[in-house]
Design a protein around this ligand. Structure first.
Ligand SMILES: Nc1ncnc2c1ncn2[C@@H]1O[C@H](COP(=O)(O)OP(=O)(O)OP(=O)(O)O)[C@@H](O)[C@H]1O
Length: 387
């Protein structure tokens, strides 16, 4: 359950906000001044703080700054008295997520909380991805093509250049995007992923750019999009070849002007996002067929990184098998299975149209079916069955 804290010196405001937020299903704590609020935020983990600006002992801006200095990822929605909006704007410049004026409008308040929670989730996911990266998402392989790819990643990650990652399904494009983000100066900010193929055409623009309340049927509140969620960080547009032409035009504008407009909105919003795109399609062919904008292609492809298919780097297969056997043993809490050399040699010869993802699935199946020792017989039996 999402955990919120209300920091406000006015008891009646705290009570009113608590009632509303608890009714919405959030877990809510209260602090009666800035000092107490900061103490609670540092000791506990809150997703969102609703924080008054003018308070005794410590004002809201200081609570915001000190919580950040203490490494807290709590998202702040500042509450400011009407007529004191400059302070609230100043707070958003210093890292607050949003602000609402007193007395808060119910829809505006709940929209701000929902959006702040979305942002909090992205930040947490980034940390999770980061931890997983430290554990096991190194790009495994010693083949010349993979060594060259790793070298290229080290060179481009530290720059701000836009990158297009190409390669077949399951070859490791997403892994490459994560590595680039992790090694960039944006690593502590969110890495937000959008699978353009998985989102219906009519929803993609709202997903990317957000929408204002009432922008279309069902838009009951304001929602921020992936571009805004990724602000300061990286936006990974996976399967970009599947994006509609109308969304492409808007992405192009966002890249050209570093600004977006929410669906149904009229206000430009400045964004600072590094875009990494990936595709398994031949975008040049898509351009010829009228399915992809050439100008967008040139904007996205300052650097092109081609991820090789598994068939182009068969010598990496034993290394990958051992990595997956180790990872899976940890995942299942089981002893590490061993695969003999003849079994690995056999796997090296298969076609692997699903690339590294398919290899991982096969290794997982063999581990489940065969236990701690996997032989050539086992591999032939299960791969011949097409299992
Ligand atoms: N070189 C590698 N070393 C270790 N694991 C890898 C490597 N390449 C891919 N993988 C693993 O293979 C699986 C598929 O990789 P990933 O999702 O990055 O592929 P993709 O090209 O983005 O796939 P899709 O085209 O379907 O989006 C993941 O579990 C990933 O961790």
């Amino acid at each position: 359950m999402a955990k919120l804290i209300i920091v406000d010196d006015e008891k009646s405001i705290r009570g009113a906000l608590r009632d509303i937020l608890e009714y919405e299903g959030y877990e809510v704590d209260e602090a009666k001044d800035g000092e107490e609020g900061l103490d609670m935020i540092i000791k506990s983990s809150y997703d969102v703080a609703l924080c008054d600006i003018k308070m005794p002992k410590m004002n809201g801006l200081d609570v915001l700054l000190k919580a950040g200095e203490a490494g807290k990822e709590t998202q702040f929605v500042m509450i400011s008295a009407f007529g004191n909006v400059e302070n609230a704007v100043e707070a958003t410049k210093r890292g607050a997520f949003d602000f609402v004026t007193k007395p808060p409008d119910l829809n505006r308040l709940l929209g701000a909380v929902r959006n702040a929670l979305d942002r909090s989730k992205s930040v947490q996911q980034t940390r999770l991805v980061k931890n997983q990266t430290l554990q096991s998402s190194d790009i495994v392989g010693q083949s010349p093509l993979i060594c060259r790819l790793r070298d290229a990643i080290s060179r481009v990650a530290v720059t701000e250049a836009r990158i297009l990652i190409t390669g077949a399904n399951g070859s490791g494009k997403e892994l490459v995007a994560k590595q680039i983000h992790e090694r960039s100066s944006r690593a502590t900010m969110p890495l937000v992923e959008v699978n353009c193929a998985a989102i219906p055409g009519e929803l993609i623009e709202s997903e990317l750019f957000g929408h204002e309340k009432g922008a279309f049927t069902g838009a009951t509140g304001r929602r921020i999009g992936k571009f805004e969620q990724a602000n300061g960080g990286t936006l990974f547009l996976d399967e970009i070849g599947d994006m509609s032409l109308s969304a492409q035009a808007k992405v192009l504008r966002a890249l050209q002007e570093s600004k977006i407009i929410r669906v149904g909105g009229d206000k430009d919003i400045k964004i600072n996002v590094r875009v990494i795109a990936a595709t398994n399609k031949d975008l040049r062919k898509e351009i010829q067929n009228g399915n992809f904008r050439e100008d967008l292609y040139h904007r996205l492809s300052v650097i092109v990184l081609a991820v090789p298919s598994l068939a182009e780097r068969r010598d990496d297969i034993p290394l990958l098998i051992n990595k997956f056997l180790n990872d899976l043993a940890t995942e299942y809490g089981a002893p590490v299975s061993r695969m003999d050399k003849a079994a690995m040699d056999h796997l090296k010869k298969l076609s692997w149209s699903g690339n590294v993802r398919e290899l991982r699935n096969v290794v997982e199946r063999l581990m489940i079916m065969c236990g701690d020792k996997i032989t050539l017989d086992d591999v032939q039996f299960y791969t011949n069955l097409g299992l």
